[in-house]
Every structure is written in structure tokens, then in C-alpha cells.
Design a protein around this ligand. Sequence first.
Ligand SMILES: NC(=O)c1ccc[n+]([C@@H]2O[C@H](COP(=O)([O-])OP(=O)(O)OC[C@H]3O[C@@H](n4cnc5c(N)ncnc54)[C@H](OP(=O)(O)O)[C@@H]3O)[C@@H](O)[C@H]2O)c1
Length: 338
Amino acid sequence: MRYLKYGKSGIYVSEIALGAMTFGDRNSWKLGGLSQQTTNEMVKRAYDYGINLYDTADVYDEGESEKALGIAVKDFRDEIHIATKVRGKTGNGINNVGLSRAHISRSIKGSLKRLNTDYIDIYQFHSFDYHVPFDESMEAMQDLVERGDVFYPGVSNFTAWQMATFNAVAREKGYEHYQSAQMNYSLLNRDIEHEILPYMEHDNMTLLAWSPLHGGVLSGKYTSKIDLKPGTRMGDRGFVFPRFDEKRYPKILNEMEKVASEQGCSVANVALSWLRAKKVVIILGARTLEQFEENMKSVDVNLTAEQIQSLDKISEEREQYPNWMIGRMDRGRTFETA
Ligand SMILES: NC(=O)c1ccc[n+]([C@@H]2O[C@H](COP(=O)([O-])OP(=O)(O)OC[C@H]3O[C@@H](n4cnc5c(N)ncnc54)[C@H](OP(=O)(O)O)[C@@H]3O)[C@@H](O)[C@H]2O)c1
């Protein structure tokens, strides 16, 4: 297992993290409904592979995911890192959602209890909240850091200006740096390359890539048309998530199949190995132990420079303004630096 430095912090996290969105046998979001027994087995296998980061959220399976994860990591809690989130709707009151001090303060209590732990390693704002002054959210997070409830703050589903503002304010006020952003990133969605990744690199934030197989679309089990078969999350839920441009999918799948046959691996492994080549943390999702084992094979699949280039090219998105204008202004400005 390879380990990456986590943001500007002093810890290292495994390049593969395990996502707990399929955990919880209430199965309220129809994402997996893994039993406690299967959860225990998957988490133990992940731990044995050297995975030291586990991602959940207060809203996953209405809290059951956090409970299941807490039980599964009990024997090695202090050797691993738990990332959870706050922001989603956790009750019927008008304020049981969002990034207010009230909701954050209540939500962390619930997460600590369900996870059966005294601290959250990485506490993430699940998305930006336009209803709450961000000073309020940041002060509430800082209080949790100072109390020792949270070690590292993180964000998820933020735009680049939102991340940059949070970290600028954190610097100004002497608050803890927001070390990571959890964002959707895969061969089917490279949106974050336009603004978000360049900012994150500039400010030493770590990317935790969610839905690396685009919810299963990139696992190789769907032909060029996404058929909603029962027994899969897409089929059980009746819709495709995350959204993407289905017109682009057949040619990307075609290239992935070509690379998979050259490497002698699965299409899912190609999708995950492409992300490994980008040196990001991949939050793996699996509904069965077989899928988990299949996906773990990707740590031994090293794509060649040509294969990465061909996948980059086929999945390339239109360069956005003003980036193409900035590039244009720099034409011919090539030189070697010491
Ligand atoms: N921050 C956020 O907003 C956000 C959003 C989403 C996810 N996440 C995080 O990211 C983690 C991973 O997301 P994800 O579950 O969507 O990941 P994903 O890898 O894109 O999708 C996982 C799903 O794909 C299918 N699958 C996986 N491996 C397969 C294989 N080898 N062969 C065939 N099918 C396979 C399974 O679904 P089926 O068998 O049911 O088809 C599995 O549950 C989550 O657990 C969560 O921690 C965060």
C-alpha cells in the first residue's frame, strides 16, 4: 500500500480509503445494505491490506453506517483514521440541516456516539451552505478542534473560491487549515481539473476522490447503455448517480476495455489505476466482498505512460475560459529552470 501525506498535516493516509456508504442494514438509500457481519469482514480485510482511512457521514443510512463502522474498527480504532461529515438533513426541524453552529454542534455529538469514539480524525463539511455565514461554520469547527473532538477539518463538494476563502480566513484567524476536499472525480467526471485541483495543489490540500467507479458505471458491468438492472444500486434506486454525459461513455469504455486487455486486468481496475496515477486518495466503494477484492487488485496495476495518456485524451473535457486564454498568453514561453 502506498501512503500519501495528508494535506499540510503530519499524518500519512493510504492511497486507498474504504467508503462506508454501503454499510448499514436499514438500507434507506438503497446503496448496499451490508450486514454487520459483512461490514466487519470488509473492514478487517481493508485493515489487513494497510488501509488506514475510512469514510462515512452522519446521513449515511440515517446513522447506521457510522454505527456499523464504529463496531467494525473497534479492535484497531487508534491505528486508523475515521472521516465523517456534517451538513445533510438529520431530522425534520428547519435547522436539522446545514452548517449552522447549532447543527454542527448537535451532529458531532451524534457521530461520536454512533461511532463509539472520543474523536473524529477528519470532520468534513459535506457541502457548502449558502444559508449560513461561513464565519459561523468555521468558528464551530475550530471549537471542535480546540476541544479535541476533531483533529483535522475538511470539506466536500465545495467550489474552488469557497475552499480558498475558508483557508484564507483560517490563516487570518489562526484556525486549523482545511486539509482535504472530498470531491467526485473519475474518468467520467473531470470537472475539478478546471479550478479545484489547481487551487488544492496551490494550498496543499489532499483530494479524497468519491465514487471512483462513478457509482458502478465504470466497473465494466454496464455496456455502452446504462441499463438499470435490479440488484445493482442504479437498478434498485431507479436512477443514475452521479450524473454524467452518457454520450461520451461508449468511447471511454472502449478505451478502458483496450487498456484492460493489454494489462490483463478488469475495467474497474483500469478506472482505479488511472486515479492512482493522479496521486489522489481513492475512496473505494463495494457492495460485496468480491467487488472489494476485485477493486483492491488495482494497487498492483501500474498503467504505462501511453495508457494514461490515451485515457486522458479520450476522457478530456473542454478547456474552460479563462484557462485557455491564460495558456494562449504563455505560448512560446518554454525554458528550462534549474
Ligand atoms: N462526499 C460525497 O458527497 C460523497 C458522495 C458519494 C460517495 N462518497 C464516498 O465515496 C465512497 C465511494 O463511493 P461509491 O460507493 O459511489 O463508489 P464507486 O466505486 O463509484 O461505486 C461503488 C459501487 O459500484 C459497484 N461496484 C463496485 N465495484 C464493483 C466491481 N468490481 N464490479 C461490479 N460492480 C462494482 C457496487 O454497486 P452495485 O453492485 O450496487 O452496482 C458498489 O457499491 C462512499 O462510500 C462514500 O464514502 C462521498
